[in-house]
Design a protein around this ligand. Structure first.
Ligand SMILES: NC(=O)C1=CN([C@@H]2O[C@H](COP(=O)(O)OP(=O)(O)OC[C@H]3O[C@@H](n4cnc5c(N)ncnc54)[C@H](O)[C@@H]3O)[C@@H](O)[C@H]2O)C=CC1
Ligand SMILES: CCCCC/C=C\C=C\C(=O)C/C=C\C/C=C\CCCC(=O)O
Length: 264
């Protein structure tokens, strides 16, 4: 699918990776809803993008993705405003080991809920027109992360859910592809959470170990993650794919053994 002329909804769109994805989708000719709980950052982001792309290409919707009613309303407003939905990016995420239940709510439960609402609207079996869903995980969803155990668990969950629902979408002929992106460290405000005790909790004492990892592996520019997103949107064969993005190897894919590919 080409993004040109399509309608997208991106969560966590006001800054960081979400904002970079919004800009890339606008460059490719899409219109989109920018969903974020941060009204000030969201409105500033829209105002700045309006200067380049015009005000009718984006709609900012303030929404806490963990609030079921707000999330459903954001989808309804998007379809009402633009007339359809073709591309969904469940990107909003947090790093909070102290309030770890919140991390599961934002990073995993809201991604699952968003995927189900997106499928209700796009599934050809429900009268939808098909589409593509991309759920943002992390390399910490494929490896242990000693100082971020719940963040890592939430991102492992995103990969397991995405691969499973992608298999179901294929079996059920939904006409919707579902894929995930797993970046290494990316230069966004999320990295600042490592310096905050209120985010790191008991792992705060290890913040320098994480900073050493960042020095060792390097930090990606958000624009590369946006390029990976577009590749998954355009590649009609990609379903259940786990895209990894690192400084050493750029955009590449996790390869699973035959056993790991077996559907149960
Ligand atoms: N920055 C990094 O190094 C990496 C980030 N990721 C993932 O990429 C995604 C985006 O992260 P970044 O752009 O780095 O983070 P960020 O903190 O820069 O931006 C996240 C955005 O999500 C919004 N958000 C947070 N909770 C929300 C909620 N409950 N409802 C609505 N909006 C909410 C924030 O207001 C913010 O605008 C996250 O899922 C993150 O886990 C994955 C790998 C690496
Ligand atoms: C693992 C620390 C997470 C700190 C939370 C803040 C930001 C989140 C970042 C990520 O999601 C990145 C996750 C993992 C990076 C881990 C290893 C990088 C290895 C890179 C490589 O192999 O090249």
């Amino acid at each position: 699918m080409y993004a040109n002329g399509k309608v997208a909804l991106v969560t966590g769109a006001a800054q960081g990776i979400g904002r970079a994805m919004v800009e890339e989708l606008l460059n490719k000719g899409a219109a989109l809803a920018m969903v974020d709980q941060n009204r000030i950052a969201g409105e500033q982001c829209k105002a700045s993008l309006d200067e380049k792309f015009g005000s009718n290409r984006t709609l900012f919707i303030q929404c806490d993705v963990t609030d079921q009613e707000q999330l459903r309303d954001a989808f309804q407003r998007t379809v009402k405003h633009f007339g359809r939905l073709d591309i969904l990016v469940n990107n909003a995420g947090v790093n909070n080991e102290k309030d770890w239940e919140k991390t599961i709510e934002v990073n995993l439960i809201s991604v699952i809920r968003g995927t189900y609402i997106g499928l209700e609207l796009m599934n050809k079996k429900n009268g939808g027109q098909g589409g593509v869903i991309i759920n943002i995980s992390s390399l910490a969803g494929l490896t242990p992360a000693a100082y971020q155990p719940v963040y890592s668990a939430s991102k492992h969950g995103v990969i397991g859910f995405t691969r499973s629902i992608a298999a179901m979408a294929s079996i059920g002929n939904y006409g919707v592809r579902v894929n995930t992106v797993c970046p290494a460290f990316v230069d966004t405000p999320l990295l600042e959470s490592i310096d905050k005790e209120e985010n790191m909790g008991e792992y705060f004492q290890y913040k320098d170990n994480i900073k050493d990892m960042m020095k060792l592996f390097g930090i990606l520019d958000p624009s590369l993650i946006a390029q990976g997103l577009v590749r998954l949107i355009e590649d009609e064969t990609a379903n259940g794919a786990v895209m990894k993005i690192t400084t050493s190897r750029g955009i590449h894919f996790e390869e699973f053994s035959a056993q790991q590919r077996t559907k149960v």
